[in-house]
Design a binder for this molecule. Structure first.
Ligand SMILES: Cc1cc2nc3c(=O)[nH]c(=O)nc-3n(C[C@H](O)[C@H](O)[C@H](O)COP(=O)(O)O)c2cc1C
Length: 169
């Protein structure tokens, strides 16, 4: 699958088979995340791999839109480390770019994934900080649920001509 095809056909996948995600696939997803662009190339991220079902199953207790974690074999939490961040707060964009890279890599490899928002919802941020025992400088930004797709949502075309402006509004 080439890059444009991956971008155009990716959808959120929330139903997974019982098959585990291989260590090789996981490494590829983590490499894709770390390959993202970041302001001043600071790469302020850390990635927490969660494959312990007890931890995965605890997340829906404080995150209302994360029920798929009851069936997902794996999730990756993308966090920012305050110690690695510049004064110009670009950490949110940086970690979001890493999150999207993971989604696209998962799709390109035939896996299914969905982005779960954590930051800036304070209940979710606190829930993740406590559950994953994060150090005080670590901010959880997003969580990506990953597995082998049990069903594949149909690609959709979201192109809107009227949202394009040329040279001025
Ligand atoms: C910042 C962000 C937060 C999201 N949070 C959730 C979430 O908490 N739960 C969920 O099921 N999907 C979540 N999504 C996925 C969106 O619902 C999904 O991307 C959107 O509906 C478009 O559908 P698609 O990904 O299939 O193209 C989130 C996506 C983004 C970018």
């Amino acid at each position: 699958m080439d890059t444009l095809e991956a971008i155009m056909t990716r959808r959120s996948v929330r139903e997974y088979t019982n098959d585990p995600v291989s260590e090789e696939d996981l490494q590829d997803l983590l490499k894709a995340g770390m390959q993202a662009p970041s302001a001043k190339n600071e790469q302020p991220w850390h990635f927490i791999v969660i494959d312990d079902s007890e931890i995965l199953h605890a997340i829906p207790e404080f995150h209302p839109y994360s029920q798929m974690l009851l069936r997902a074999p794996l999730a990756i939490t993308v966090c920012s480390d305050r110690k690695l961040e510049a004064k110009r707060a670009s950490w949110l964009q940086d970690c979001s770019a890493a999150t999207e890279n993971i989604l696209l890599a998962a799709h390109a490899k035939g896996l299914g994934a969905v982005w779960l928002g954590i930051f800036p919802d304070s209940e979710r941020v606190l829930g993740m900080q406590e559950l994953l025992k994060l150090l005080k400088d670590i901010r959880p930004v997003s969580l990506v649920a990953i597995g082998h797709p049990a069903s594949q949502p149909t690609p959709v075309n979201r192109f809107k001509e009227e949202r394009i402006h040329r040279n001025r509004w």
